[in-house]
Structure formats: C-alpha cells, structure tokens
Design a protein. Sequence first.
Length: 116
Amino acid sequence: MNLKMIMAFVPDERTDEVIEAARQAGATGATVITGVRGEGLHPGKTFLGLELAAQRDAVLILVADIKARAILEKVAEVAGFDEESGAGVAIQLSIDDAVGMGTQAATILHEVEEQI
C-alpha cells in the first residue's frame, strides 16, 4: 500500500478541528505532538526575553496515497492557512514503509478499494 504523511502545524486551539476535518475526508487517525515551535514570515514577539508566541501542535496523519490530496486540502481549508497570516502550514511526504498499521490496514484497504 502506498502511504503519505500529512504534517500540519497549527495553533493548539485548532488541533481538534483539523483532526475532525481529516477524519471527515478519510483519515483513520492522527498523532499530535504538542508544544512545537516555529517562526514564520514575521518573528515572534518577546517580553523580557520570554517568547509570547501561541502554542502550536504538530498533527501527523498517515493516509493512503489515493486520499492524501483531498485530506490535505480539507485540513488547509479548516485551518485557514491561505486566509490568515500565522494560521500554520501543512506538508505531505511520501512514506517508503511503515509498521504497526495492522489494526487499521483492513479499514484503509476497504476504503481505497471503494475509490478504485
């Protein structure tokens, strides 16, 4: 099975919305890494040496290749990446191999077969 990893970097208050949107578009789950840092076009503000940037999460979503673009676009729409400065970013990476997908493999294969 060909897989893609969608990585979305979003403010923590949008994490649940992004996961729900990904599920509605066909994702079977997600992993969230909390408290990630990043800097965009405009550097974050500081006060007495403390960073005032909002908390961000990294949402990792492993999906079947055939569903990846639709899920990526839905995540971008819900997160407002193209409408709001600092809303975050999402990327898609090809996965060569993965283990530990046994419990989800049947569901993913069934959904992919329906699209073919």
